[in-house]
Design a protein around this ligand. Structure first.
Ligand code: SAM
Length: 456
């Protein structure tokens, strides 16, 4: 795949969001659960971002320049003039480069009086990632993703569940659809269905393939309260029939579905379980193609993720310092003010300066179970995981924050977006302006991995 998409990792950081689940547990019991993180798609903004947004402006397609939303009434005329002058200066500079629209970060810098905001200013920390055995990743590239977006936006607009709070937003829906269509599995296994949005996405990608869905509560239960999706060609292990992925006799189930080549199976996890546990289970059953919805960044989320596991000192951008007066702490403090899900050093580090996982913990099952692990355990986990990886590919965010107005995850902790800040006409041309901003708030580095047993 194109190097620009694949390893467009910046030497920068911050953090994302995590979801919370409305219902968890087994046997169909619906238990309210809150990891303190709020929804995947809600639309709250930090004060800094709100102020910034008051001043954000975008290109008017007719005038090819900048048009303002209503100005903030409380500002004095003098400040407003100063601001307008700076905006005009920025706009004219960008216009010279042939792109007259505003970067959220640029305006943020003006308004906040600082020189950060977007990813490129994050500085020394970088973005951790998992290394695959051969260094190879995937064979799709930037152009494929753009083409995919063009096709997917109208599909997404027709989704049956318009408000998928606590479930997947646009970025991951696109990622799931895109990768499924690319890999063309004969069988799709989904662990964690909620109201069935992801089942619907899988069905859009592969209309004729089989789906097996494992979720404690059957999606049909949600129909009483509002929109939900139940697929007539899906085998549900739900309600009384619920089985955890690790407890299924996959040999029998695959046989029943006529699957002889396990390469033809895609397993999608959105069940908030420890991903190390899931990788070990999948490996034991022989599955190769795995997709994890919530690949949380270090210090965030309710389960140990691949991103967390691979966050190691030996990976560029990996490993963290808990030194309260250090550069990392300073940068984190700044980012925390700009992005809801960014974590500062106090949140990052637990007792004994334990930064790995979440404050030195390996979380599992919506954080209903967590275990403190040593740095050595954490290090060995990454060696183990990387010994299995044939591919590791994190879905980039669909578009930069100046376009989507997302306010939750820190763009410095993700790869470059598919549609970069500044590409407003592409963003509009793809139909992305038609979507509500709240659907862009749920990005957590969805990741595709291909695994195989380590060579002895
Ligand atoms: C975040 S939701 C999934 C959202 C969904 N994929 C969507 O379309 O947006 C997580 C789901 O995992 C379910 N879950 C909890 N424990 C599970 C387990 N052990 N195996 C599978 N699903 C589980 C929850 O009940 C919930 O429906």
């Amino acid at each position: 795949m194109a190097e620009s998409v694949l390893s467009s990792r910046r030497a920068l950081p911050g953090s994302p969001r995590s979801p919370r689940d409305e219902e968890i547990g087994v046997g169909g019991a619906a238990i309210a659960a809150d990891d303190g993180d709020g929804s995947k798609t809600r639309n709250h903004r930090p004060i800094g971002a709100r102020i910034t947004r008051m001043f954000s402006f975008r290109m008017s397609p007719t005038r090819r320049c900048c048009s303002f939303p209503p100005a903030a009434p409380l500002l004095s005329v003098a400040i407003l003039f100063r601001f307008l002058f700076l905006v005009a200066l920025l706009c004219s500079q960008r216009f010279r480069r042939g792109v007259c629209e505003t970067e959220y970060g640029a305006i943020s810098r003006v308004v906040m009086g600082r020189t950060d905001g977007l990813a490129s200013d994050f500085g020394i920390l970088g973005v951790p990632w998992c290394r695959s055995k051969s260094g190879k990743s995937v064979d799709w590239g930037a152009k494929d993703l753009i083409k995919g977006l063009e096709e997917f936006v109208p599909i997404y607009e027709n989704r049956p569940i318009k408000d998928n709070m606590y479930g997947m937003g646009f970025d991951h829906s696109f990622g799931l659809w895109f990768m499924t269509r690319w890999l063309k599995p004969t069988l799709m296994i989904e662990s964690g269905a909620f109201k069935g949005h992801s089942t619907w996405v899988l069905r859009q990608a592969m209309p004729n393939s089989s789906i097996i869905s494992l979720s404690p509560r059957h999606p049909e239960k949600y129909l009483k309260k509002g929109p939900a999706y139940v697929d007539k060609n899906c085998t549900y292990f739900s309600g009384k029939e619920f089985l955890d992925f690790g407890s299924v006799n996959w040999g029998n189930v695959l046989k029943k579905h006529g699957i002889s080549d396990i390469n033809q199976v895609l397993v999608f996890f959105d069940d908030h379980q420890n991903q190390l546990k899931r990788v070990k289970q999948a490996l034991g059953f022989g599955f190769k193609n795995l997709l994890f919805e919530d690949n949380y960044d270090t210090g965030t989320g309710d389960h140990y993720s691949l991103r967390q596991i691979c966050d190691q000192f030996y990976v560029r951008g990996g490993g963290h310092s808990c030194f309260r007066d250090g550069d990392e702490a300073r940068i984190r403090r700044k980012r925390r003010k700009l992005w809801e899900k960014a974590v500062d050093t106090e949140e990052l580090c637990g007792e004994g300066e334990a930064w790995w996982g979440v404050r030195g913990e390996m979380r599992d099952d919506f954080n209903h179970s967590n275990k403190a692990i040593s740095h050595l355990d954490h290090f060995q986990n990454s060696r183990f995981v990387e010994s299995l990886l044939d591919s590791y590919w994190e879905l980039p965010p669909v578009a930069g924050p100046s376009l989507t107005h997302q306010t939750r995850y820190d763009p410095a902790r993700s790869s470059n977006p598919i549609v970069e800040d500044g590409q407003y006409s592409l963003f509009k041309g793809l139909g992305l302006t038609r979507l509500d901003a709240s659907v862009f708030n749920g990005y957590t580095q969805m990741v595709y991995v291909k695994i195989s047993a380590a060579k002895q």
